[in-house]
Write a protein that binds this ligand. Structure first.
Ligand SMILES: CC(C)(COP(=O)(O)OP(=O)(O)OC[C@H]1O[C@@H](n2cnc3c(N)ncnc32)[C@H](O)[C@@H]1OP(=O)(O)O)[C@@H](O)C(=O)NCCC(=O)NCCS
Length: 169
């Protein structure tokens, strides 16, 4: 990776706007077909993202190069009540920077923060044919717990089967 690369935990609103722009550029280019979104994010969503971080509902890490160019976003989103020890993991890396170990570095750090903050079980739900993500998660120690039929929907008629993968921290 570039020597200017760094990982930022729970970025401020200014950096979160850069993160939303990163997502939107990749949504427009259809680089993340499994994101289940056709529409770009409204930049006003930055307030909701920031509030989640402040409330401890999510831990978000971004990978940055050249001071402010976001090339990856990863998060743990916690459950509540008797699922408070469980978190869902999400990760994307800009296609230009994939296969350079970015996701590996960021997720290892994210899991460390999760453990420190009491997360015991981490879940991820890759679409059944998202082989890159399935291989990546397996290498990170996630186990296949079975298929969840029609777990996600892209629109009113398009549903996706996903693999329930989980790792105990
Ligand atoms: C899955 C994803 C996050 C991996 O990011 P990455 O930075 O390229 O991953 P890394 O370089 O850290 O790879 C770590 C290991 O994962 C596996 N892996 C990652 N991408 C792979 C690919 N395209 N093909 C096969 N194995 C892959 C490899 O074992 C790799 O180790 P290696 O390069 O030493 O062989 C990236 O492909 C992505 O953003 N995909 C689109 C979004 C997505 O599907 N997210 C997952 C939702 S659950």
């Amino acid at each position: 990776m570039e020597s200017s690369f760094f990982i930022k935990k729970n970025p401020n609103k200014e950096m979160l706007i850069e993160a939303l722009k990163y997502f939107n550029a990749n949504i427009i280019a259809n680089n993340f077909p499994y994101l289940m979104r056709n529409d770009v994010f409204d930049l006003a969503e930055v307030d909701a993202w920031h509030e989640e971080q402040v409330r401890g509902k999510s831990i978000r890490l971004i990978g940055v190069i050249n001071k402010s160019k976001v090339i990856s976003i990863a998060y743990l989103c916690r459950g509540h009540g008797n699922g408070f020890h469980v978190a869902k993991l999400g990760i994307t890396v800009d296609p230009e920077y994939q296969r350079k170990g970015v996701a590996n570095m960021i997720c290892k750090e994210l899991l460390k923060y999760g453990r420190e903050e009491g997360v015991v079980r981490v879940e991820a739900y890759p679409v059944v044919n998202n082989n890159n993500a399935i291989t990546f998660l397996s290498r990170l120690g996630f186990l296949n717990e079975g298929i969840a039929s029609k777990k996600f929907r892209r629109d009113e008629t398009t549903f996706y089967d996903c693999i329930h993968m989980a790792r105990i921290l």
